[in-house]
Design a protein around this ligand. Structure first.
Ligand code: PGA
Length: 253
């Protein structure tokens, strides 16, 4: 059975407890969008508080350590994330790959740790503008995913992929609908090779990068787009839930 569209807010390093009212508003509004799975990944410091507020939405983290426990000052393990109430974790976001030198091997190790702790994972991938302009975007993303994706039995339930072209994140630029469709089709094919058709067809491939209420309908209506990973526009319930509404409408047709 095809899964519901997945609309995930990535709050990045935004939000103190003052943002809890926004999380409550998102949660209340999500109760009117049962055909869509809505989730928010606040900073670590708010995971537990948002979890306590949430009746409808899923709560996740934006990263976790590949290590189980021990002398890793400043790190947060997957078990701790799960203990705080998170049900999923975003891994391999380009801001971590680019900003902190995270390799696909490290992303894979984090994914293994997250799955071991009972979390679902959203594995991010995406190319730079330079790579896209050189015509190598698909090969680059395929390589990232081949190394980053964990091997797991029921992948359809546990894994989502987020394709986020780096040049589209936070810039107001989005990839063309054709480029999104081509990349998502390539990713689907790769998922079938890795997990087999039955599981692979259940894996939602999200698009991310300047998704806004104004472009959500077109993006979510594109073949093989199973949802959106939303940064800036997830920080207010108003704009985030307009995107959820577009997802509801894409299901209802
Ligand atoms: P953006 O961020 O929607 O602000 O472009 C998306 C993301 O980085 O996940």
């Amino acid at each position: 059975m095809a899964q519901r569209p997945y609309i995930v807010g990535n709050w990045k390093m935004n939000g103190t407890r003052a943002m809890l009212s926004e999380a409550r508003a998102i949660d209340r509004a999500a109760q009117r969008h049962m055909k869509v799975e809505v989730a928010v990944a606040p900073p670590f410091t708010l995971v537990h508080a948002v979890h306590r507020e949430a009746e409808q939405i899923g709560v996740g983290a934006q990263d976790c350590s590949p290590n189980a426990d021990g002398a890793f000052t400043g790190d947060i393990s997957a078990t701790m994330v799960a203990d705080a109430g998170a049900k999923f974790v975003i891994l391999g976001h380009s801001e971590r790959r680019e900003g902190y030198g995270e390799t696909s091997e490290l992303v894979r190790a984090k994914a293994d740790a997250a799955l071991e702790a009972g979390l679902r994972v959203i594995i991010c991938c995406g190319e730079t503008l330079e790579t896209r302009e050189s015509g190598k975007a698909e090969a680059f993303v395929a390589k990232q995913l081949k190394v980053s994706l964990p091997k797991v039995e029921d992948a359809g339930e546990k894994i989502s992929v987020a394709y986020e072209p780096i040049w589209a994140i936070g810039t107001g630029q989005t990839a063309t609908i054709d480029d999104i469709a081509t990349m998502h089709a390539m990713i689907r094919k790769l998922l079938i090779e890795i997990y087999g058709e039955e599981q692979a067809l259940e894996i939602r491939i999200l698009y991310g990068g300047s998704v806004k209420p104004e472009n959500a309908t077109d993006i979510l209506g594109t073949a093989e787009v199973g949802g959106a990973l939303v940064g800036g526009a997830s920080l207010t319930a108003d704009s985030f839930m307009s995107i959820a509404l577009a997802a509801t409408e894409s299901v209802e047709g």
